[in-house]
Design a protein around this ligand. Structure first.
Ligand code: NAD
Ligand code: MG
Length: 384
């Protein structure tokens, strides 16, 4: 049976991996919508290649370029954030939420409100919206399939079990490219050093998040919302080989783990085929070649991000959205050469301390918290 698929953030790393799998089974998939921020030419190329029905650029200024690039085809072109939400609200059998940052929240919520199935890579959306998103999932009868490799692993390890029997959920973390660096060296880490991930090839923002460990902090909050076991049962272990993508320990002492190559097409395929399985071209695990799997406790002195995330979960309310927004601003400033690597966590900690809006009750509240925290973080970037 053919299924329709829409990919929000089609020009990114997750978008490319998803389209790679979709293109391998053209009988199975009909591409409905593809979106990008402002890469109009690349989006038009993908839309033509995959025979999409509609292409959307979030940046309205790029719409003329998209229209021109799609001239002569019957692919609909649209632009602007409202168009992104409108196209998400049309629904698809599967919507892949692969925009980076809180910018993906509104279209993801619109897809959830169709009651459809959403494959969620866009962790910042769930971190920011938290209960607002999980309540919408329940209210509209939507299905959320985690694409983030750790959460996809946990999802697989929970299948067929009762969540009440879970003793621990252990998120594994590679530790990122700067895992062994001293504090003094971290101070001077450049953007190029921070994005040079040893195991995964990803977009710039998540690569910096891996280096600071904010990626694991965001994932801790993401896991808290996806798997209702309570934050006390969630823990993080550093596992530099990225072979075990996460684990679930049950009360009888059994631990189930999901292993696989460090290739996002594996968790994406799991969401595309769910509840069945599909073929992927991913290299099989060669355990003798890998040799050893090692595990370490996270160092929250050098990498305070996971502690900040845990504190934000415990504080609840707006805190996770504040943490996420401040981190987005700080990461962009770091990538632009405006601040040092170690200032990212300092800015997030400071904004978390100063910015305490009331708990968001709806999508508009979350977006308001997000912009408030962004303004506070941006103000910290200005020279004193
Ligand atoms: P990326 O930077 O490679 O791609 C981001 C996509 O979002 C692009 O299509 C871009 O055009 C679009 N976009 C960016 N800003 C936008 C805006 N303001 N409005 C609308 N669209 C916008 O990012 P990525 O690495 O593919 O990551 C996407 C999401 O998936 C992130 O939330 C990330 O944390 C998550 N994720 C990624 C990986 C990975 O391996 N890349 C793994 C796990 C989770
Ligand atoms: Mg992950």
């Amino acid at each position: 049976m053919t299924r329709s698929i829409s990919i929000f953030g089609a020009t990114g790393s997750i978008g490319a991996s998803t389209l790679d799998l979709v293109a391998r089974d053209p009988q199975r998939w009909r591409v409905e919508a593809l979106t990008a921020n402002c890469q109009a030419a690349e989006l038009a190329r993908l839309a033509r290649l995959h025979n999409a029905r509609v292409a959307v650029v979030a940046d309205e200024g790029c719409l003329p370029e998209l229209r021109a690039a799609l001239a002569g085809s019957d692919i609909e072109a649209a632009g602007g954030n409202a168009a992104l939400v409108e196209v998400a609200a049309r629904g698809a059998d599967l919507t892949v939420a692969a925009i980076v940052g809180c910018a993906g929240l509104a279209p993801t919520m619109a897809a959830i409100r169709t009651g459809g199935t959403v494959a969620l890579a866009n962790k910042e959306a769930l971190v920011s919206a938290g209960e607002v998103m999980t309540a919408a999932v329940r209210q509209y009868g939507a299905t959320l399939l985690p694409v983030d490799s750790e959460h996809n692993a946990i999802f697989q390890c929970l299948a067929g079990n009762d969540i009440a029997d879970v003793r621990w959920i252990t998120l594994t973390a590679s530790g990122g490219p700067l895992r062994e660096w001293s504090m003094a060296r971290l101070e001077a880490a450049t953007a190029a050093e921070a994005v040079a991930h040893p195991n995964w090839s990803m977009g710039a923002k998540i690569s910096v998040d891996s280096a600071t460990m904010f990626n694991k902090g965001l994932e801790f909050i993401e896991a808290y919302h996806l798997f209702p076991v309570g934050h006390e049962r969630l823990r993080i272990v550093v596992h530099p080989q990225s072979v075990i993508h996460s684990m679930v320990e049950y009360r009888d002492g059994s631990t189930l783990a999901q292993l696989g190559p460090a290739d996002m097409r594996v968790p994406i395929a799991s969401a595309l085929a769910w509840p069945l399985r599909m073929d992927t071209p991913c290299a099989p695990l060669d355990l003798p070649a890998i040799g050893q799997l090692t595990f370490l406790a996270p160092d929250e002195m050098r990498f305070p991000a996971t502690r900040l995330a845990r504190e934000a979960v415990i504080a609840g309310g707006a805190a996770p959205a504040v943490l996420n927004a401040a981190n987005e601003v700080a990461v962009a400033a770091f990538l632009a050469g405006q601040i040092r690597f170690t200032q990212i966590a300092q800015i997030v900690a400071q904004v978390l301390e100063n910015c305490c809006p009331p708990p968001p009750a709806c999508l508009d509240d979350v977006l308001a918290v997000d912009s408030l925290a962004r303004r506070q973080a941006s103000a910290m970037l200005e020279p004193a």
